[in-house]
Design a protein around this ligand. Sequence first.
Ligand code: ADP
Length: 274
Amino acid sequence: MDIQLQQVSYAYAKGTPFEKQALHEVDLTIKSGTFQAIIGHTGSGKSTILLHFNGLLKPSSGTVKIGDRIIEAGKKAKDLKTVRQKVGIVFQFPEHQLFEETVLKDIMFGPMNFGVSEEEAEKRARELISLVGLPEEILDKSPFDLSGGQMRRVAIAGVLAMDPEVIVLDEPTAGLDPRGQKEIMDLFYTLHKERGLTTILVTHSMEDAARYADSVAIMHEGRCVLTGDPRTIFSDRQTLAQFRLEPPRIVRFQHQVEKMMGKTLAKVCLTEEE
Ligand code: ADP
């Protein structure tokens, strides 16, 4: 399922003295099956754009196409429920949204709310818990008895239980230690590859964007100023500096590594260190 933003503008508190134009005529196409990173300085519009990917925000002008659904300014959007099932958002600190008595009930909540049978929802929960790297016994525990990293995995399983085609990640590694960060990003990368999930990653981490993405979009002052493959984007230090972005430290491009079947490790030599 492709996602396409055409000339999307968005203003918060439109028509009030507090009006804030957060997006300006953004054009961005995310092809089905790609891993798209969105980077940009704080306040550049990343979170605002993210909320357009499943209709949580409607453009003030322009059009958002999500598969064959169209959300456009001034028109009532049809079938948003389907859009929200197909596009799952993992918000920052998703563990804050856990609330059920047990992990099992928490994972089952979303799909059951969308009309999936109890039996099917439980089946999904049991499959997903191991997929996110947790033991099945955890399903009977209270989510609040788990560690932070475990809670985050449970919250991710809850989003996956909706069986989305697209997953949108808002700073998914925030607050984790470096090892936890790598584990969570490797998990998303594996899900992307094995389940064919279109993945949209909003991140401050240039390293994660370089390492995992097929395509990188730079947001700057509410505009999508540049898109391209990570190798090209991150090799151009001058452009990065223009948008107040630091180039990543040395990275390997995982997908390129895979393409080369492990024979040669591709890397961008941005610093001397290894
Ligand atoms: P980013 O995620 O890149 O930090 P945001 O999308 O959060 O950027 O913000 C883009 C602009 O919109 C910023 O100037 C921000 O201050 C403003 N903004 C964000 N949320 C709101 C809001 N709820 N009300 C008013 N302005 C907002």
